[in-house]
Design a protein around this ligand. Sequence first.
Ligand SMILES: N[C@@H](CCC(=O)N[C@@H](CS)C(=O)NCC(=O)O)C(=O)O
Length: 297
Amino acid sequence: MVRRIVWAALVATVAAEGSCNATNTTKPGFLSSIFGGLFKPAAKPMLHYFDIRGRAEAIRMALADNGVEWEDAAFSGEDWGKERTDGIKANWTTEGRIAFGQVPLLEIDGLKLVQSQAILRYLGRKLKWYTGSPATLAQIDIIAEGTEDVRKMLGAIRYSTNTSREKQTMVTQYFQEPEKGPRWIKFFENIIKASKTEFMAGTPRPTHADYLVLDLLDLHDAQNYNNAFDGLPDCAVSEGKIFTDILLAERKTLKKWREMMRHRPKLKAYLTGPDRRDKPCDGLGHPRLDMPIGQVY
Ligand SMILES: N[C@@H](CCC(=O)N[C@@H](CS)C(=O)NCC(=O)O)C(=O)O
């Protein structure tokens, strides 16, 4: 899927220059002669990832919320060819495009950025949400790394070699045992309660801490295996109750924060739009019944 996007600002100025660089003999336009390459149209960032939300989703949310258009270059697992020597993985690794042989990869400003959190920090510096005192930056980092810990816990279940029935048991425990999911959700609620602004890290505008927590909550909705939980509703056929709602039932401040984030206009446009994958069951958008539950990681 290719998403049309605008890497905003500079582009408008370019039209004034016309095609003045078409030949060597053409003199540079007035603006170019003064500002050199400054007004070249900036290429849209290109995000390479599997055709799922996964570790690219907080990046997509960040881009969308900040009005940045990007190209979403999604590929299949087959094209990735993890174990093959002729797949994307092998080729891009040889070419040095993906430093650790993994994605997401964001091509931006002539750079090839990998590691989702490093990508978010780059965007945050560039788009100026990752600014402020060392204490503020540390708070953003702390929250971001907290989401990583939870993501790893859920990933350990998903990618374990257990049967899907065993995975169901593990996920049920995750949702029900106070020391597992509920404990982490409470931590995030404590953080937003203590924030001096409406955003996670006490910043005047959302940071990647917000995008990562938002995505993490959606990720919880996808934790179902075989549609056979006892005591937990099946996401796709639920009657208004879904996994995250169970965790958020007593976490009203976090729930309110989630709704506030989801209703930020540009973010909402993305979340409800055609490019959002595997829409969560509740809230914005409808469950995609054509997609097996749980296939979002
Ligand atoms: N720490 C990395 C982890 C990247 C990662 O695990 N990528 C997975 C997809 S979520 C991947 O590329 N898997 C395919 C493979 O390893 O061959 C990040 O946050 O970007």
